[in-house]
Write a protein that binds this ligand. Sequence first.
Ligand SMILES: Nc1nc2c(ncn2[C@@H]2O[C@H](COP(=O)(O)OP(=O)(O)OP(=O)(O)O)[C@@H](O)[C@H]2O)c(=O)[nH]1
Length: 271
Amino acid sequence: MSRVGVLVLGPAGVGKTTFCNSLVNYMQQNSRRCNLINLDPAAEPRDYEFTIDIKDLISLDDCMDEMNLGPNGGLIYCFEYLLENLDWLDEEIGDYNDEFFIIDLPGQIELYNHYNLIPRLVNYLKYQLNINLCVSYLLESSFVIDESKFFSGCLSAMSAMILLELPHINILSKVDLVKNEYSKKKLKKFLNPDPLILNDDLNRTTNPKYHNLNNRISNLVDDFGMVQFLPLEAGNPDSVRVILSYIDDITQWSEGQEPKEPKDQIEIDDL
Ligand SMILES: Nc1nc2c(ncn2[C@@H]2O[C@H](COP(=O)(O)OP(=O)(O)OP(=O)(O)O)[C@@H](O)[C@H]2O)c(=O)[nH]1
C-alpha cells in the first residue's frame, strides 16, 4: 500500500484552496487519481467535490452557534474535536489505498503557533494511516517582494518546517498579480534568493538599530538552506506541473528512495 499526501499550508487567503483545485484539475487531465481532503471546517464547496470533508464531522458555523465561540475559538474547538475523533478520519480514508491525497488546511496562525494540534494530526496521518506526507507552504508573491516581508514570510515557513518535520516545498503564489517590469524583476530575485544580499538591501532601508537583528535573521535563513521558492499561477498548468513534479520527487525521497534533483524548472518569464 502506498498513500501519498500533500498538506497545503500558508496564511489566510494566500490561495491554498485554489491551488488544491488546480492540482486536482491538472492530475485529472493527466489521468492521475487524486482525492481532496478538506480539513477547513469553514470551507465552502468549491470546484471539485471533497472525498473527505471535516464538515461531515463538525462545521465551524454549528460549533460557533452551539458553543457560543468566536471564529478562532471555534476553529480550535473543531480541531480538538477532530483529534478526539480520529477514528472518523481512519474510517473515511479506510480503503483508499495507493492514492494521492491533497489536504487543504485552514490558514489561521493560531492552529500552528499556540497549540500542538497540527503536529498531532500529522503524526496520526503519517504513522497510523501510513500516508507519506509532504508540505507545500504558500506565500503570496505580491506580499513578499519587499525584503522585510520576505524575511517575515521565510520565518513563518521555517516555523512550519520545524514544527512538522516533513519534506517541504515553498511556493510563491499569485505570480500573475505581479505585473510591472520592476516588480517582476524583483520577484525573480526572490524565487532564488540570496538571503545575505537581500539583507544588504534591507539594511539600506531600515533604521541602523535593527541591522544586527536583520543580519541574524538573514544568517538564519541562509543557514537553514531555504533558498528556493517555486512560482505558482493557479490558472497556469505549467506552474502546477512543475510543483507536482517536486511533490512527486520529495514524497519518493521521504519513502526512503534516493533523492533526485527535479528536472523540471520554470522561469517567471514563462508564466
Ligand atoms: N490572480 C490570482 N488569484 C488567485 C490565485 N490563487 C488564488 N487566487 C485568489 O485569491 C483568493 C483567495 O484564494 P483561496 O484559494 O480561497 O485562498 P485560501 O488560502 O484557501 O484562503 P483561506 O482558506 O481563507 O485561508 C481568491 O479570490 C482566489 O481566486 C492566483 O494564482 N492568481
